[in-house]
Design a protein around this ligand. Structure first.
Ligand code: F0G
Length: 409
């Protein structure tokens, strides 16, 4: 039997794996721990004899097996070598881990398959989340698959239309709150505890267990450990999850070095970057976060202490980027590589550009950008501006001239 428990990242108090709680009695964040030393035979060969998805790494997941897993074949996303983008960035070896290829088009599916599987094991009768959009879409899909009723609460103003449509179509009860994401999370969290609905935001440590597989896959695909792993940061869960993945691979003897974790936020929603850069003792929340990257429009990230550990322990870096830089990175990634990502996902590429220009990232080293969501989620007019199609009447001459112009370039 694999030994699995929940543990406070601050006071190290231990809780049973089946205790439904989202914080320690001391207020600290909880993480799921697995007794990795006792796992026995773990090897890349063994992993690679299995299908390429989240469940390939079952030994390092907090379940005995995946017989009862709620799965839509999440994970197993491409790692593209992006040479034309690298040239634009002024770097040598740039890879894009394209999480838009997950079943609902974002990395959230990695965590939600584990989160919903845990919910079923616990006998949950209803699940809920607050979301800037992707968590809502993912939870809606996995609760549909599991047959559990689901409520998702999103901020009224700023959710990408594609994400909203996903949650509606998958059959969730979708609630638009006249307030921010941070208000939505705080309310849904309190109410979930009061009525006994299972909360599947990233404050739930089981979600992060699935999300850590992005680290496993990156090493599995690359065949080595990159120097930098760059992620967009919102509620601060995913960067912590990826770091946990690297630490566990080292504990299991699968790797013998670890990357620096690099967290990128938007200028209008950068409480975590400010915390790190200014060396603050505690988070200074942003009351009205603003950015074109609506997925990471978050002013009070609940997992900031975990993300801070990830950046500190890994000798990592942070940077903030403007909306214009995000849009430019989104366009360059799409037009140079054919990889279409949503603005939050493009923030990682924009951040790399900035950190190479400032000399903080060594451009000769291997850089992996985790691009967290698909472009199809967010066809917002602000993102289309300047890319509009050419309009013509139906005349052969016009079409001929246009086609000929391709050859005269
Ligand atoms: N990228 C995308 C596309 C996201 O949707 C999110 C978070 C992040 C990055 C940041 O990850 O929160 O773990 O630091 N989206 C959440 C949601 C908040 O509700 O969909 P994080």
């Amino acid at each position: 039997m694999k030994r699995v428990w929940q543990e406070c990242i601050e006071c190290r108090s231990v809780y049973d794996a089946d205790a439904v709680r989202y914080r320690c009695d001391c207020g600290g964040l909880l993480e799921v721990s697995i007794d990795i030393e006792s796992l026995g035979d773990i090897s890349w060969e063994r992993f690679r004899s299995r299908r390429f998805n989240v469940w390939r790494y079952i030994e390092l997941l907090p379940f005995e097996d995946h017989e009862h897993a709620v799965s839509l074949e999440e994970g197993g996303t491409p790692l593209y070598k992006a040479d034309r983008l690298a040239e634009w960035l002024g770097a040598k070896n740039v890879y894009i881990k394209y999480e838009g290829m997950n079943p609902t088009g974002s990395f959230k599916d990695r965590g939600m398959c584990v989160g919903i599987t845990k919910a079923l094991k616990l006998g949950a009768r209803g699940v809920a989340c607050a979301s800037t959009g992707n968590t809502a879409a993912s939870l809606a899909a996995y609760s549909a698959k599991a047959g559990i009723p689901c409520i998702v609460v999103v901020p009224k103003e700023v959710v990408a239309l594609g994400k909203l449509f996903q949650a509606l179509l998958y059959g969730a009860k979708v609630v638009r709150l006249h307030g921010t994401f941070d208000e939505a999370l705080s309310l849904v969290w309190k109410a979930s505890e009061e009525v006994g609905v299972y909360l599947l935001n990233s404050i739930n440590p089981w979600r992060l267990e699935g999300q850590k597989t992005v680290a496993f896959e990156t090493v599995d695909q690359l065949g080595r450990v990159p120097r930098y792993v760059v992620l967009p940061v919102g509620n601060c869960g995913n960067i912590a999850a990826a770091w946990k993945g690297f630490k566990e691979m080292e504990m299991a003897g699968l790797i013998n070095e670890k990357p620096s974790m690099v967290g990128i936020q938007s200028e209008g929603a950068s409480p975590f970057v400010d915390l790190v850069k200014e060396g603050l003792e505690t988070l200074r929340p942003v009351e009205t976060p603003k950015t074109v990257a609506s997925a990471i429009r978050i002013g009070r990230p609940v997992n900031w202490k975990k993300a801070l550990l990830a950046v500190k322990e890994s000798g990592g870096l942070v940077a903030k980027v403007s909306d214009a830089e995000i849009i430019q990175a989104q366009r360059m990634l799409a037009s140079l590589e054919g990889i279409g990502v949503e603005p939050a996902a493009a923030a990682s590429v924009a951040g790399v550009k900035k950190l190479i220009e400032s000399g903080d990232i060594d451009a000769d080293e291997t850089i992996v950008c985790v691009c967290t969501g698909s472009m199809l989620k967010d066809p917002n007019p602000e993102l289309i501006k300047g890319l509009e199609p050419t309009e013509i009447v139906p005349e052969l001459g016009l079409v001929r001239d246009l086609l000929a112009s391709l050859l005269s370039r």
